[in-house]
Design a protein around this ligand. Structure first.
Ligand SMILES: Nc1ncnc2c1ncn2[C@@H]1O[C@H](COP(=O)(O)OP(=O)(O)OP(=O)(O)O)[C@@H](O)[C@H]1O
Ligand SMILES: [Mg+2]
Length: 433
């Protein structure tokens, strides 16, 4: 037996053990799982096995390697419908996110009747999605509706053919901030020889560091994260070690990182950029941001950093974001493109005041992060519940899950953003134990 066959049959063996995950009422699916492998020979049921493994990494692996495609059918239905209908999957949300991130088509979930009704009433919304969504948690529902939205598709199209295309997957990690992503994709779609410098600004706990962290990992390029609050002297920036919060501490300095990755795509995150103690530290960035070249000390040769993507995060303008939000005629809706353009214009002078006009003039884009809508807060709370309770969430009565997610919203603090929801969910979880 060759290697792929061997792997397939071992997956099948473990799949047979998992037959119990398919409920009795799902007979067509059940028959698929218990039939011998030769009966379901074409197309190869790689995606079915991966989904039934209940391991999101296995789903990623088969989609990434091209062994399976996200819109392969799984028996009589789409893979997405299969994952949604299967209540025994402990990692259902992760599976759905993975399928969406790799391009699963949500039109397979549309309910033709509801769609027709919507068409007649000229109302567009999530009503056209099938009944499969009725009982899913708010995060899974949010991700599916997001993938189904025309705005999402329009924004993704901006970088569809570009090197940056994998960044569209960030939508299944970062909740909300659709206008930030749209603007980011616009900037990245512009052909430019100048270095890319993007400042992610705004309130705490709204996903700035999360987006910065995902950037390099989605593009599969190395990332170096500098904690700007700890720097004291001009050359400290080049000596700083990466402090990526979810990775092992690294003993490579930024200088060594840039030399190792000279001329190559990589990401440098400058976390909390406005909290540097000394203005001179920021002036070290003028040359690399303008010319894409860097000299670490007098007499040192120039290093080519033209392909580095510089991402700064900062709280500059968080008050302006909230003031702008308070003045919106429909604060519960997502920002329109025009509203977001206004907000960007409001923030630029404030950034200029804090970081200096000469630095700002070299910044490609200042992207303000905005307030969450109620659906977005619900999705974050549901993600928090999954993250904090682990496997326990799958055995929790749906009414309890619902209660925790809804109640946590009462403790939402705008200036703390998602962090206040994570805290509220963890307190409510303790109460239910
Ligand atoms: N938009 C979001 N979508 C999903 N989760 C989020 C989002 N924003 C924040 N979170 C959650 O809150 C945590 C903290 O968010 P993050 O570190 O990105 O905040 P930040 O905007 O950088 O805030 P600060 O300005 O305080 O550094 C994240 O690790 C994530 O769990
Ligand atoms: Mg941060």
């Amino acid at each position: 037996m060759d290697a792929p066959q061997c792997r397939e049959s071992s997956i099948f063996a473990s799949q047979q053990k998992r037959q119990s995950i398919v409920s009795a009422g799902q007979s067509h699916r059940e028959s698929l799982l218990i039939e011998p492998v030769h009966a379901i020979a074409t197309p190869r049921p790689t995606l079915l096995f991966a989904l039934a493994s209940d391991d999101p990494e296995e789903v990623r692996r088969v989609l990434e390697s091209g062994e399976a495609r996200p819109n392969d059918d799984v028996g009589p239905q789409s893979a997405l419908a299969f994952a949604l209908a299967n209540d025994q999957l402990k990692n259902k949300m992760q599976m759905v996110k993975m399928l969406l991130a790799y391009g699963a088509d949500t039109s397979a979930l549309r309910d033709p009747e509801a769609e027709e009704q919507e068409e007649r009433s000229s109302r567009r919304g999530s009503g056209r999605l099938s009944k499969l969504l009725e009982n899913v948690d708010p995060a899974t529902r949010y991700y599916i509706e997001r993938a189904d939205s025309p705005q999402t598709r329009r924004a993704s199209a901006l970088i569809h053919r570009s090197y940056f295309r994998p960044l569209t997957r960030v939508r299944y990690d970062l909740i909300g901030q659709d206008r930030v992503l749209e603007q980011l994709f616009r900037v990245l779609s512009m052909p430019s020889m100048a270095p890319i410098v993007v400042l992610l600004c705004g309130p705490s706990g709204h996903g700035k560091s999360l987006l910065a962290r995902k950037f390099g990992s989605l593009l599969e390029v190395p990332t170096h994260t500098v904690n700007m609050t700890t720097l004291r002297d001009t050359n400290d920036i080049w000596k700083s070690h990466s402090i990526a919060p979810h990775e092992d501490p690294s003993d490579v300095s930024l200088k060594d990182f840039l030399i190792t990755n000279e001329g190559k795509r990589c990401v440098v995150v400058l976390d909390e950029i406005e909290k540097t103690h000394n203005e001179k530290i920021l002036s070290s960035l003028l040359m690399p941001w303008e010319y894409g070249r860097c000299s670490f000390e007098a007499g040192y040769r120039h290093v080519d950093v033209s392909k580095v993507i510089w991402l700064g995060t900062s709280n500059i303008g968080h008050d302006l974001v909230f003031e702008h939000q308070d003045k919106r005629p429909a604060p519960e809706t997502q920002l329109s493109r025009e509203e977001y353009v206004d907000l960007m214009a409001l923030l630029r002078p404030r950034v200029s005041e804090r970081l200096g006009p000469s630095l700002l003039s070299r910044v490609t884009a200042v992207l303000p992060f905005v307030s969450f809508t109620t659906d977005e807060k619900m999705a974050i709370a549901a993600e928090a519940l999954h993250a904090l309770s682990g496997d326990a969430v799958s055995t929790m009565p749906p009414a309890t899950r619902d209660m925790i997610v809804r109640t946590s919203l009462n403790s939402y603090i705008p200036s703390e953003g998602a962090r206040s929801l994570y805290r509220a969910v963890s307190i409510l979880l303790l109460d239910t134990l």
